[in-house]
Design a protein around this ligand. Sequence first.
Ligand code: TXA
Ligand code: MG
Length: 301
Amino acid sequence: MLISKTDAIQQLKNSQIVAIPTETVYGLAARYDDIKAVEAIFAIKERPYFDPLICHVSDVKMLDLLVNTINPLAKKLIEQYWPGPLTLVLPKSSKVSDLITASLDTVAVRMPNHPIALEIIKEVGVPLCAPSANKFGKVSPTTGKHVEEEFDGKVAIVDGGDTSIGIESTVVRVLDDKLEILRPGRITASELRVLFPEIEITTIKKDPASPGHIDSHYQPTKPFYLVDRTKTKDFLLANIFTEWQLDENPLLAARKLYADMREQSNTTKGFYCIKDATLNHGLWEAIWNRLEKASYSKEYL
Ligand code: TXA
Ligand code: MG
């Protein structure tokens, strides 16, 4: 069900959950201080409580509700990238419920670069926690229609058209003297290394304190295989399944990634994508990260 921005603000104030557009993917939003509404997000997404949520702010002042201190590294990242697709994992304040953070002592925060999201958060007046608006482990939504299909029309949606980035934000754990990338995204490791040449920056693939590191994720509804380019000739399924080609420009490949995966699921018996391992830099890292998880449990051919 599509609703207006004004109705969304009212409904969020009244403890309802509402799907809103951001520049990355659509999020399913609730007030951060409303336990019942936050519980409703977990319920409708069928999301396990061990996977914590990102809190979204519309200005830096709002961060005071979520974190106690902002170290110099975090300050610089905020100045450089907010509003934008960068989520910071910082020590949490006592005002943030354990439900949001899965009882971790950190909270994930970001300021989305989308006029509708920013206005809604500002008018509600408190941070909104919002995971991607899809069922747990499934493909993220990049249009209002995707959200409608995902939840059979049971969720109120503010339609903001197609999202411009198309994949979720980069998640970075900010320590005093190093940065740990927990989820690759549009803000890349190489970009961060240019900004902080003195700082250690690592990409972490498996971390017990990062519950989002589940092997299977972003799963389409039809079989999907990621295929090693050097072994393509042996790929027998090519006779049965449809080849899906990514755009050569990673910005466009990312923007269309999830919409294409939904389209392939709707129109084929199964599909495959040939991985070009030479494309291992910049935004490609985030794209392969999503596709490896989307094809997880299928043999990597
Ligand atoms: O672009 C995005 O980030 C979108 C839009 C809606 O903002 N949101 C999004 O949320 O992707 P979600 O819930 O689908 O992914 C949040 C990720 C999960 O992998 C979660 O485990 C991780 O962030 N996360 C949240 N809080 C964390 C924390 N305190 N420590 C480590 N990882 C955390
Ligand atoms: Mg998600």
